[in-house]
Design a protein around this ligand. Structure first.
Ligand SMILES: Cc1cc2nc3c(=O)[nH]c(=O)nc-3n(C[C@H](O)[C@H](O)[C@H](O)COP(=O)(O)O)c2cc1C
Length: 185
């Protein structure tokens, strides 16, 4: 990527919520956690590396910078902010789910993405060979999802979240960003 002239590389560990890059191989087992991934990429390249995955508080930001990251990319921690378009069932699941209750699943899009473990994942298995290919799985599950959500149930919805939901707070994104950056001055 550096040789192709890329400005910066996002190093996303397997802790991260939502979808992830799959460029060389689809196998999930070769994905690394952020602490293993970030320093190895930092050592291998001469362009800025942005750390992503599992960073949820100011200490996590400092840790990523200590590992050599030039910046961080955070998704999960912002999902309870009022500005986020997180749905009602998704917000409820984030508030009620202890950290770690997430799974990489292909059920909702056809490609692996991490979300809170819910009924459809438990009953069909997280990586389901019968799931339609990306992006067709999204429309395949849509009627079930809509029926569930109309009853305030997230049983059949993608509840994207990373492994570290401990930083999710119902405060403004600006305030959360200030908190996250507070250890870097
Ligand atoms: C709701 C949600 C949706 C996401 N969608 C995508 C996506 O479509 N493609 C992608 O490459 N990463 C996606 N991500 C990953 C983020 O870009 C980011 O790398 C990740 O959230 C960082 O890890 P964290 O969730 O532990 O903070 C998503 C993350 C979340 C939380």
């Amino acid at each position: 990527m550096e040789q192709q002239g890329i400005d910066a590389i996002i190093a996303q560990g397997l802790e991260a919520g939502g979808h992830r890059g799959h460029f060389l191989r689809d196998e999930i087992n070769i994905q690394m956690g952020s602490y293993a991934l970030v320093p190895q990429i930092v050592r291998a390249v001469n362009i800025p590396v942005i750390a992503a995955g599992g960073i949820a508080d100011a200490k996590g930001v400092c840790a990523a910078l200590t590992l050599g990251a030039a910046g961080v990319q955070i998704g999960t921690a912002y999902m309870l902010c009022p500005e986020a378009k997180t749905s009602r069932v998704h917000r409820a699941a984030l508030k009620n789910s202890p950290s770690g209750q997430t799974t990489l699943t292909n059920l909702f899009s056809g490609r692996p993405a991490r979300g809170i473990t819910n009924r459809i994942i438990r009953e069909l298995s997280a990586i389901c060979p019968d799931a339609p290919e990306f992006p067709m799985a999204t429309s395949a599950v849509a009627p079930l999802r809509a029926a569930g959500e109309s009853n305030d149930s997230g049983d059949f919805s993608p509840l994207w979240a990373g492994q570290n939901t401990s930083g999710c707070k119902e405060i403004s994104a600006a305030h959360l960003t200030e908190e996250l950056a507070s250890g870097t001055n």
